[in-house]
Write a protein that binds this ligand. Structure first.
Ligand code: CDT
Length: 316
């Protein structure tokens, strides 16, 4: 490392609950309040949550047509979100925003966008690791119907250069998968940004509730370190009509350390003037991919989806 710092003023805008009855315009007002606070703290970029414009609707059983009508956006920006884009352009702040996307040909994705300092959309990510199920589970206290309402993202994990920083995007469950970060780190990502809605109860198995926060932070911290990237994660959290989701929005350094973390389960802005040079050090030394990776031994990662038989054999 040459000792030169590369500061970047980064904010994460956590959202508290959005009720089923709340409309987009009221949510956008909250996003604008957070954007103004980010500006007052000198931020150049703000990370908003996954599906940030509505309640976390995949918890409700309904038809695809009803979900599409009530919760999906047909264009971005649109009438409801334009005030956010206008203010971001005026304040010269780029942002990440998650929303439910309906394409002109009728496909539905869990999507995020990346804007530059003029509020121009420069990148789009469509969620790849969709958790949950597609069928109704009437015995569960709530549903997790991402596999019913969304198609698997079809554009890969990408990285964009904006404001002289290389930023990669993913969404919620993607943050638990090592491949997500590595594919972006192989494009020289410097920051990975993401939003999430993580129910504090796991309906699929009897996971102790305290592990939800632990595994959230563990995923961010381990993958930040192993890839030499900053990770910034924005929750939508608290109890939405009685359905609770964890908070814990955080900015994590390539050292694996948390440098800022939300303390509430409400609308809350966290901020850090991060040094991108820290990531460069890790990528030049312990995680210098070009020098140390051995892809000839990683074949199973793309050959197998699920775990299969062991390949070990008795040595000659
Ligand atoms: N939104 C989202 O991806 N939530 C998942 C919940 C997993 S439990 C079905 C998450 O990984 O946080």
């Amino acid at each position: 490392m040459n000792g030169l710092k590369r500061p970047f003023a980064l904010a994460v805008a956590q959202l508290g609950p959005i009720a089923l009855a709340d409309n987009r315009a009221s949510v956008v007002k909250r996003l604008i309040t957070l954007l103004k606070e980010a500006h007052s703290r000198g931020a150049k970029f703000v990370v908003f949550p996954e599906l940030a414009l509505t309640t976390f609707f995949p918890r409700y059983w309904m038809t695809e047509d009803e979900a599409t009508e009530r919760f999906f956006e047909r264009g971005m920006p649109n009438t409801d979100t334009k005030p956010l884009f206008d203010l971001a352009a005026e304040l010269k702040i780029g942002f990440y925003l998650g929303y439910a996307e309906l394409t002109p040909d009728g496909r539905r994705f869990n999507t995020s966008i990346l804007t530059d300092e003029n509020a121009q959309i420069v990148g789009r990510y469509r969620k790849i690791h969709l958790p949950g199920h597609a069928h109704h589970i009437p015995t569960a206290p709530f549903q997790h119907l991402e596999k019913k309402f969304f198609d698997v993202g079809n554009e890969g994990f990408n990285v964009w250069t904006t404001q002289d920083v290389r930023i990669g995007m993913c969404i919620c469950n993607d943050r638990r998968w090592a491949e997500t970060y590595r594919v972006m780190a192989l494009q020289s990502a410097e920051i990975v940004v993401l939003g999430y809605n993580t129910p504090s109860m796991n309906i699929h198995w009897n996971e102790p509730p305290h592990l939800r926060m632990f595994h959230h932070l563990l995923s961010l911290q381990g993958n930040a370190y192993q890839n030499g990237v900053w990770v910034a994660a924005a929750a939508k959290c608290g109890a939405e009509d009685g359905f609770h989701m964890i908070g814990g929005s955080a900015i994590v350094s390539p050292t694996g350390e948390i440098v800022a973390q939300a303390q509430s389960e409400e609308d809350e802005l966290i901020f850090a003037n991060i040094d991108l040079a820290i990531g460069e050090s890790f990528r030049e030394h312990v995680f210098n991919f070009g020098k140390h990776r051995r892809p000839e031994h990683y074949g199973l990662i793309i050959e197998r989806t699920g775990a299969g038989a062991p390949l070990g054999k008795k040595p000659d």
